[in-house]
Ligand binder design. Structure first.
Ligand SMILES: Nc1nc2c(ncn2[C@@H]2O[C@H](COP(=O)(O)OP(=O)(O)O)[C@@H](O)[C@H]2O)c(=O)[nH]1
Ligand SMILES: [Mg+2]
Length: 241
């Protein structure tokens, strides 16, 4: 059976982390779990270390010195996974906005349909987002459509953070060349995958706003995305020539 790893970046997720770990380990597929924590002041890492005693060889923690951004946390996790024998590598948030049960759907689509990238998508038909304030829905939906327009990628949810990548695809992408550190990292990964002409599929998921802990979304992240996406597209055109 292909071996899957779920990577979860955390910053102050003490209210969520234990529930999340338990939710992943009761799934019918034997996912391993890597948490990349950025020295959360609330002690998230201590909680994980306690859980590692219960789940040795299945639960892993990588601790970084400080809050270095979601994108670099995932890059760190991808490199960790590629150094070990994982076949499918998943991205998932810690706050239950991504339903851990959907990991099974993503996994089955990737393995049975031989996909290099499977996206848990909010925007295939309308907007599958629950409990987000309207301003946040419009921002996210608008960002996804903006990116689709600028890049030309036929992906409905270009900013999705619930994704399965094959090892094969991650090995083809130069992870040292990923420019975005914040949320726009999600856009860049999909664009790089798309340029590699990988086999990908979007499957519908319902995204639910967190009920515990706080969002780390900030304004700087938005401007990184708006200008960065144009830059990214221009780079891809010039690199081709
Ligand atoms: N390691 C790490 N995790 C982060 C960082 N920023 C956000 N996260 C995690 O990334 C996931 C998504 O962040 P969240 O605050 O829920 O963003 P939102 O859902 O877009 O409001 C959560 O699991 C956060 O704990 C960061 O700088 N470093
Ligand atoms: Mg969230």
């Amino acid at each position: 059976m292909p071996k899957p790893l779920v990577i979860v970046p955390t910053y102050n997720e003490i209210e969520n982390i234990e529930l999340l770990v338990e939710a992943v380990f009761q799934l019918p597929i034997a996912f391993d779990l890597l948490i990349v924590d950025d020295n959360s002041p609330d002690g998230t890492a201590n909680a994980i270390n306690e859980l590692i005693k219960k789940y040795p060889n299945k639960l892993f923690l990588e601790s970084r010195k400080g809050k270095l951004g979601l994108g670099t946390a995932y890059i760190h996790g991808f490199k960790w996974a590629l150094n070990r024998n994982y076949d499918y590598i998943f991205e998932m948030d810690a706050d239950f906005s991504h339903n851990p049960n959907d990991l099974v759907k993503l996994y089955q689509t990737a393995t049975s349909e031989n996909m290099d990238m499977v996206i848990g998508s909010r925007y295939i038909k309308g907007v599958n987002v629950v409990n987000w304030p309207m301003s946040r829905v419009l921002l996210s939906y608008g960002a996804s459509k903006y990116v689709q327009f600028i890049t030309g990628m036929p992906i409905c949810d270009t900013t999705a953070g619930f994704v399965c990548y094959s090892r094969n695809l991650l090995e083809q992408i130069n992870l040292n060349n990923i420019k975005f550190v914040g949320y726009a990292f999600q856009i860049e990964m999909k664009f790089k995958a798309y340029l590699k002409k990988c086999a990908y599929k979007e499957i519908p998921v319902i995204f639910t706003d967190r009920t515990r802990g706080n969002s780390k979304m900030s304004k700087g992240i938005i401007s990184e995305a708006i200008f960065g996406v144009i830059q990214m597209k221009l780079n891809s055109i010039f690199n081709k020539k």
